[in-house]
Ligand binder design. Structure first.
Ligand code: CP
Ligand code: NVA
Length: 330
């Protein structure tokens, strides 16, 4: 049993020990069982939380809202553009004000430094709902989904395909190192994770008996993989002009049937979502008109296949976020 997480912020997984991450996963399973059995769990009734979003969201926002309500808490949502932070009021002052009214603060936005500074000044737990560098709550849902499919995660091989220097890829590398999962970043040399972060993760991985590999060889990278993971090619906050360059650079790393065939027979496909796997979005349609591409980081066939566990993964966002809030606020 790790030391209590009560009062801690959840900013990046590098701040948490293997045992603490395992504890959060166990708690997530417990909450999922309670929810499935219809057992009320308003353990945090009387508390209030605020969700500060400087970027858009479906899953993360809804997970925090539903989890907050299930735990009996009051929830305030501040959408991108509707708070004073950064425009008319400093981050420090905003953090101090919110900390006087709320028991916990979720932040989604830009630099990792913003969420770290919020936590420094708020005096209450702050949870990172995605920054440019990391997406730590996503990782708990991903590992929970892996565990549900394989019965364990230690020793498995997980391959991230595509823009391997983004927030999701960075966080997957960290969580893999912490939990003993062999991690492969499979993408172009120009889009590999930050060297310093790779070195840090390699050290952690060594302690936990697993490996971190960077490769631009799809065949080698995905061979014997248990989990194939991808994410959109242009992240929130990046300029739309990047699409052309990224399509050229990342098309060879698209998750398609050949990739899934090269992986283990019982391999699963994961994606944090949202995903461009068809033409049913305005951005997808625009890309098609400009570049003639009908599907991007993953083909529609793989996305809809039985190997794809993306909607279990999306549901698990809620159970895992509930665990993080409960553990840090109880
Ligand atoms: N995966 C994820 O964070 O989704 P949203 O952007 O919809 O929150
Ligand atoms: N890398 C993506 C993740 C979205 C959940 C982004 O930052 O837009």
């Amino acid at each position: 049993m790790p030391r209590s997480l009560s009062g801690r912020s959840f900013l990046k997984l590098l701040d948490f020990s293997t045992e603490e991450i395992q504890y959060l996963l166990q708690l997530s399973k417990d909450f999922k069982n309670l929810k499935r059995a219809g057992v009320p769990h308003k353990y945090l009734s009387g508390k209030n939380i605020v969700l500060l979003f400087e970027k858009t969201s479906t899953r993360t926002r809804c997970s925090f809202e539903v989890a907050g309500n299930d735990l009996g808490m009051g929830v305030t949502y501040l959408d991108p553009g509707s708070s004073q932070m950064g425009k008319k009021e400093s981050l420090e002052d905003t953090a101090k004000v919110l900390g006087r009214m709320y028991d916990g603060i979720e932040y989604r936005g830009f630099d990792q430094k913003i969420v770290e500074d919020l936590a420094k000044h708020a005096g209450v737990p702050v949870w990172n709902g995605l920054t440019t560098d990391f997406h730590p709550t996503q990782m708990l849902a991903d590992v929970l989904t892996i565990e549900e499919n394989f019965g364990h995660y230690k020793g498995l091989k997980m391959v991230f395909m595509g823009d391997a220097r983004n927030n999701v890829a960075n966080s997957l590398m960290v969580v893999s190192a912490k939990l003993g999962i062999n991690f492969v970043a499979c993408g172009p040399k120009a889009n590999m994770p930050d060297k310093k972060l790779v070195e840090t993760c390699k050290k952690i991985a060594k302690e936990n008996g697993c490996t971190i590999t960077l490769t631009d060889n799809v065949k080698e990278g995905t061979k014997n993989a248990d989990v194939i993971y991808t994410d959109i090619w242009v992240s929130m906050g990046e300029p739309a002009e990047l699409w052309e360059k990224r399509i050229k650079l990342l098309k060879p790393f698209q998750v398609n049937e050949a990739v899934m065939k090269n992986a283990n027979k019982d391999a699963i496909f994961l994606h944090c979502l949202p995903s461009f796997h068809d033409l049913e979005t305005t951005v997808g349609q625009e890309i098609y008109e400009k570049f003639g591409l009908k599907e991007m980081e993953v083909t529609d066939k793989v996305f809809r296949s039985s190997q794809s566990k993306v909607f279990d993964e999306a549901e698990n966002r809620m159970h895992t976020i509930k665990a993080v809030m409960y553990a840090t606020l109880k």
